[in-house]
Ligand binder design. Structure first.
Ligand SMILES: [Zn+2]
Length: 161
């Protein structure tokens, strides 16, 4: 496979990889298949690696969200009212389910991180960087004709997708 950016070629790799996630910072991804350009180091993800990244990012995000004190969260009722929707609409909203509002559950009840709700209200995306140690140095991904798709959008940490 040829890299269209630099003319180099992609080499198959099966190592652990440090992934810089835009919302949870650096993650160590355990040995999964990916392809890396030998010249410019651009990478292409296999679906196995993409799902490993999703899983690792989801766990990390959940851990970071759970560090916020309960007073930083809103109930579903408060969240729905702030967003001007019914609770049912809130529960069914796919973007919110997919994690565009940070949430945590306690005894089976969902709580929504206030800061995230407020941000979602403005931009339909309540995600923000949870790890302050992360660098702003983001790697750019592109897709190639191989059909391998780069994954840059984190998925929900709600398991019942
Ligand atoms: Zn390249």
């Amino acid at each position: 496979m040829k890299c269209y950016k630099c003319g180099g070629h992609y080499q198959e790799k099966h190592d652990s990889y440090i992934w810089d996630d835009p919302f949870v910072g650096k993650l160590q991804i355990k040995g999964q298949l990916y392809y890396q350009c030998t010249k410019c180091e651009d990478i292409l993800l296999s679906s196995e690696m993409a799902s490993e990244i999703d899983k690792t990012a989801r766990e990390r995000r959940q851990a970071l969200i759970s560090q916020f004190p309960l007073s930083d969260f809103l109930s579903a009722k408060q969240t729905a009212s702030l967003l001007g929707v019914t609770r049912q609409a809130l529960n069914k909203n796919r973007r919110i389910k997919r994690g565009f509002i940070y949430q945590s559950s306690l005894d089976g009840v969902n709580y929504y991180l206030k800061q995230s709700v407020v941000q979602y209200q403005k931009s339909q995306d309540g995600r923000f960087l949870l790890d302050s140690e992360s660098t702003a140095n983001k790697r750019a991904f592109h897709s190639c004709s191989s059909g391998l798709k780069p994954r840059y959008e984190p998925v929900s940490f709600v398991s019942d997708g």
